[in-house]
Design a protein around this ligand. Sequence first.
Ligand code: SF4
Ligand code: SF4
Length: 296
Amino acid sequence: AHLPDHIRAKVQDHPCYSEEAHHHFARMHVAVAPACNIQCNYCNRKYDCSNESRPGVVSELMTPDQAVKKTLAVAAAIPQMSVLGIAGPGDPLANPERTFETFRQLSEQAPDIKLCVSTNGLSLPDCVDELAKHNIDHVTITINCVDPEIGAQIYPWIFWNNRRIRGVEGAKILIEQQQKGLEMLTARGILVKVNSVMIPGVNDEHLKEVSKIVKAKGAFLHNVMPLIAEAEHGTYYGIMGQREPTALELEALQDACAGDMSMMRHCRQCRADAVGMLGEDRGAEFTLDKIDAMEI
Ligand code: SF4
Ligand code: SF4
């Protein structure tokens, strides 16, 4: 926890960024964003976006109205509720109407709750003004590479200007959008965390370079997460048996990328509808049928 004071002031009551706060404050995600505009090789669309969430779980999709109702219900039941995030199950910024309608209502009805969002970055430059308008506390961008050749091994295609663009060409556009979005956000003083998925033999060595670049552009944290290759999660890049990193490999890369920002090890890759203190999930207490039955 060696953060500059102005950043520390912003994250000290944020359970995801402060070792201290995660014992005292709760967070929740609402799953309002079904669509995605890219394909990651580690994704299986049946499940939540693996950018922020553990793959292999299915969150209950909600409308913005339902998400707002749920958030207010949770805030009433869990007084430590301080952060509301939108992380999926697809890409929140590929569903801008649903995502921003949720933020708009919440910033009016629950102004004390901090808002955050995670994204693959493809639509980010187009959304920065809107994000600033809703007083978004911070944005998480998943950046797995800065080299389109490596990107082509991670992203088989992107959907861009109404067409599918494959391979290196698609990866190049995605990388440019991610970097531009990162610069635009930090220029406006919005906190940016970068997540990377460590894929052995694909981007593991390369992530050290990614780390240098995103920190130079002002990301306040670079969080390396392991690829989770569950059997039922399908193939990676059409190849069965892409392995996960070992715990030692992950730790070595996290050490190399952490620099003086070694505070994010407790990220739990929470599911897109997680509720409660970090490491706990009280989502089952706040399912749609239960929320609908509540008087709020
Ligand atoms: Fe899947 Fe998320 Fe990648 Fe979209 S950004 S393909 S939802 S892992
Ligand atoms: Fe926090 Fe990580 Fe969970 Fe998001 S996925 S709520 S950053 S611990």
